[in-house]
Design a protein. Structure first.
Length: 272
């Protein structure tokens, strides 16, 4: 059995991805080259289209608003159990574009207090436990990348319209006792995943993916989004349920103090 300490890095990365999901809705703007108008890119690109996707983009706030939110910060509080022991984590997250993130964590697992820092900067990933810093192991990269990709699908909606994504409707289901419609998403650079929308409102309510963890074990992750609130004209979830493998179980994350900015200081994403 893994120790509590060996599990916390994975949990911290979960929080990082979830918190980015809450605020990092500026995907279209982040994808545009410096000085390039993202609207012009939209017109030039070959587009996918599906009623579920179009309704969801409109329900969240529309592509124009999504394109403005390039960077920002928020706080998160995660609670649940790890191998039957109570887990409580408070965190602060910063994000810039698609590839720069920083998460600061204070965690308590089974009565033990620990502090963590995770920094993602391009293809570099750094981790600090209390006062000890290190690079994240290379084998963790693909697992973390795909887990975060699935978790962030609600804010990647405009990206899903781009060439290279294949969208297939799936059977209607129930999410939190409400009818939901869904799309199966296929792209050559990512694991296949599912994204489901509330049938009435169009808002994203669940995503799912099946991954091989760094030890080669196949595991399922499911993310359930709720309590949408409006920030800067964009609706996004402020609560998330994370359903993972048995040792993680079900975790709940609540987000607050979500703020957006044009650009953050570069030093936030330097190696600690």
């Amino acid at each position: 059995m893994q120790s509590n300490k060996s599990k916390i890095p994975a949990i911290s990365l979960l929080i990082l991805g979830v918190a980015i999901t809450a605020g990092h809705w500026g995907v279209r703007g982040a994808l545009a080259a410096p000085g390039q108008d993202s609207g012009a890119t939209d017109k030039a690109a070959e587009k996918n289209s599906h009623p579920f996707l179009d309704k969801a983009i409109k329900a969240i706030g529309g592509e124009t608003r999504l394109a403005k939110l390039r960077a920002g910060s928020c706080k998160g509080k995660l609670a649940g159990k790890v191998d039957g022991q109570e887990l409580s984590v408070d965190g602060k997250v910063y994000w810039q574009g698609l590839d720069r993130s920083r998460v600061e964590l204070a965690a308590r697992v089974g009565g033990q207090d620990m502090k963590f820092l995770v920094v993602l900067n391009g293809d570099k990933a750094y981790f600090r436990e209390n006062d000890k810093s290190s690079d994240l192991p290379a084998e963790a990269g693909p697992f973390v990348k795909e887990m975060m990709y699935c978790m962030r699908l609600p804010q990647l909606l405009p990206l899903l319209k781009e060439k290279g994504f294949k969208l297939t409707p799936v059977e209607e289901t129930m999410v939190d006792n409400r009818p939901a419609v869904g799309l199966w998403i296929v792209h050559e650079d990512h694991k296949d995943s599912g994204l489901y929308f509330d049938k009435e409102s169009g808002l994203p309510v669940r995503s799912e993916i099946r991954l091989n963890d760094p030890q080669g074990k196949e595991v399922n992750f499911e993310f359930v989004y709720s309590d949408y609130k409006e920030v800067a004209g964009v609706k996004h979830p402020t609560k998330l349920k994370i359903k993972g493998p048995q040792e993680i179980g079900e975790l709940e994350l609540e987000l607050s103090e979500i703020k957006f900015a044009e650009k953050l200081e570069d030093k936030l994403f330097e190696k600690p």
